[in-house]
Every structure is written in C-alpha cells, then in structure tokens.
Ligand binder design. Structure first.
Ligand code: PLP
Length: 379
C-alpha cells in the first residue's frame, strides 16, 4: 500500500488539469510574442487564463504576473520592494518559507537594510503587538511587511485582514505568502486591500514550476529576470503556456469544489487528531491544530522512543509518505527552523502529515495502525 500524506510539499496533478494541458502541448506551440496566427492563438489562451485567475481573487488581469512558482514570486516582491519601491526596512518572521527569510536577509545584507522579526505567542501565532511595536519604532522608514497566511509546517494562520489594516494604518507595503492557502480559502484582494500575494500551482493539484504574483495596480515593480518584455515587463522569458493553463484549470477545479474538499480534508485532520490522542496518550501537536489552523496540515510531536532518528524512514518503509518538516528537511525535526523558532520541544521527534482531497479515512486507518505497531501501543 502506498499512501501520500505530504501534500504540503506538493500534490498530485488532477486528471482534469492533465486533460486541459494535453491539447495545449499538441496544438499550441506558437510563441505568444509572435504576431502570426500561431502566436496570437497562444497569446489569447494566456490572456484568457490571466482573466480567469484574476477573477478568482477579485483582481484586475493586469495585476497578475505569472512566475516560475512561489519562490520566484516571493523573490520578486522582496527584491522589487527594495530595488524599485525604495523600501529600507523589512519586517518578516523567522517561520516564513526560506524564499522569504533568505531573500530578506540577502537583500538586507547587500543593501544595508534592517530586517526585523516579529515574535510569537506560546501557541506559535504571530504576536500582533510585536508587529505594531516594530512598525511604531520604525515609523521613519519605508517598510515592507511580509508574513505568510498559513505556515507550511505547523499550519497556524495569520489574521490576514487585521494585519493588513494595521499595516495600512502605518502606510507600509504588505505581502503575504499564500502558497499554502491559495485555492484552500477564498481571497478578495479588493476587500483585503493587500499589496502582494504569492501563489504556486503545485500546492493545489496543478503543475510544478508555475505560479503567480498579485501586484496591486498602484505598484510598479521592475523584473528580476530580464531579457524580454513579457508579463508587462515584470517577468522576462517566453511564457509557460502549459503551466499557465494547468494552473488556471487547477484553480477552477479547486474553487468549484472548495466547500466539499474543505469539509472532507478538515474531517480527515480531526479524525487523525482524535485517533492519535486515543492511541498515544502523550502525543502532542506543534502549532495550534484545533485553533485557527490550515486544515490540510497537522504537525505531530511523538514521544521519545528508540527510533527517534528513524521515524520518518519507518513510515517510508511502510509505504507512507510524510515529512519531517518542510520538504527540504530530512529524517526528523532537527533543522526545522519553524519548530525551533516557535519554541517547540526539539528533543521530541515531529512529523508533518498533510492531506488532500484524494486521501481517505481508510488510508488514515492504515497509517494509524502502522503508528500503533511502531509505538507498540495496546488498544
Ligand atoms: N512558500 C511556501 C509557504 C511554501 O510552502 C513553498 C513550497 O514549499 C514555497 C513558498 C515555494 O513555492 P515553489 O515550490 O512553487 O517555489
């Protein structure tokens, strides 16, 4: 039996997405920048896709820039904020994806720009008072705040609207990495009043290597990848038409079936929590999975045993794919900057289970049985 419970790392492509991409590969090879009919037909497909994507988040098509995924979109915002918008101070958190933390630190060091970090409460939520303090103390600086909507390891969510309103009251730019939440929740960029959102298609059953950045129409960024006028001069390079069509189809399917999938996946997560608490009384959860938490992710802290270092591999041997944190971490929680920075007990092994619409209760029962056997729990 093969069970995939690592959907925060990436998701399998939806058949509807594959079916949408195949005819593009067969028929639409024209370069969208070419003026002849082959090119014009590719251009029309891309612009139709952009319009659709924009409509899902209530943006204007001109506010959508297709990128090579979430990492590139995050880079575009942070580098652009400093290079093009005159930002001299970045506020972020130490539990962001490395695309945000590393980029902020690299840009900060290169341009001698201050990078400040918010703190967290005991459950791992961003301490909003610490954000307000940092904004107040740095009122004289042009600031970008970059805080993710939901954390990819511990699943805690940010009160997005509240944070945006605070940032607006200080007149600073606000970016949210919504890579883990786009297509799992609805977004209305007008109602939110947000400046930048980032998205990656492979997190919601779309293809890898394609995403988009939402940039508010009042902001103009210059490209970090140069060499062509594509994407309204913000992202050079011949457009990934297959990826764009795949992303758009994945988004369409996700929003069409959103309510049913939310209910199904939240049910799986609740079941996993209940069952784990029953079979391993001293199990703990990192983050706040019963609170304001992304329903696709559950970070479990197991009690110590003689297989601490090998826990992830033991699951793998049983055919169950889980993760020791983010996709780049290896066998255990050692090295998870997220768990370390929210003050988790790093002596205990932690695993991230992340669910999708394709997972079933039967798969969880199989996984729970493996856990029972691994921990030799008598029930
Ligand atoms: N941001 C978050 C929160 C992520 O989880 C990921 C993927 O792991 C990324 C950014 C990077 O996205 P991509 O893989 O499309 O570059």
């Amino acid at each position: 039996m093969k069970i995939y419970l690592d959907n925060a790392a990436t998701t399998p492509m939806d058949q509807e997405v594959i079916d949408a991409i195949i005819p593009i590969m067969q028929n639409n090879f024209g370069n969208p920048s070419s003026v002849h009919s082959f090119g014009r037909s590719s251009r029309a497909i891309i612009e139709k896709a952009r319009k659709k994507v924009a409509a899902y988040i209530n943006a204007a098509p001109s506010e959508i820039v297709f990128t090579g995924g979430g990492t590139e979109a995050d880079n575009l915002v942070i580098r652009g904020a400093v290079d093009d918008l005159g930002v001299t101070h970045i506020i972020t958190s130490k539990i962001e994806h490395h695309a945000v933390i590393d980029t902020s630190e690299i840009v900060g060091a290169k341009h001698n720009i201050k990078v400040s970090f918010v703190s967290f409460d005991e459950k791992g939520y961003v301490d909003i008072a610490s954000l307000e303090r940092l904004l107040e103390e740095n009122k004289d600086k042009k600031t970008l705040v970059s805080l993710m909507h939901a954390n990819n390891e511990i699943s805690n969510k940010l009160p997005l609207k509240r944070v945006i309103d605070i940032c607006k009251s200080y007149g600073v730019y606000f970016h949210s990495d919504t890579v883990q939440t786009m297509c799992h929740y609805k977004f209305d960029v007008r109602e939110l009043g947000i400046d930048f959102l980032t998205c990656s298609a492979h997190k919601f059953h779309g293809p890898k290597g394609i995403g988009f950045l939402y940039i508010n129409e009042n902001i103009q960024l210059k490209p970090i990848i140069t060499g062509g006028a594509q994407e309204r001069n913000v992202r050079a390079g011949t457009e990934n038409i297959m990826g764009i069509v795949g992303l758009t189809k994945a988004m369409e399917v996700a929003y069409r079936d959103l309510d049913a999938h939310q209910t199904h996946i939240q049910g799986l997560k609740n079941y996993m929590i209940e069952q784990l608490e029953e079979i391993i009384p001293d199990v703990r959860f990192n983050g706040d999975p019963k609170g304001d938490s992304l329903y696709t992710v559950l970070n479990v802290q197991f009690p110590n045993s003689d297989m601490d270092e090998m826990l992830l591999y033991n699951f793998d041997i049983e055919g169950i794919a889980v993760s020791g944190g983010s996709a780049c971490s290896s066998g255990s929680n050692i090295g998870s900057h997220v768990l370390k920075n929210i003050g988790c007990d790093m002596t205990k092994p932690a695993l991230r289970f992340s669910f999708s619409k394709y997972n079933t209760k039967e798969e969880l029962d199989y996984t729970l049985n493996v856990i029972k056997e691994l921990f030799a729990v008598k029930v």
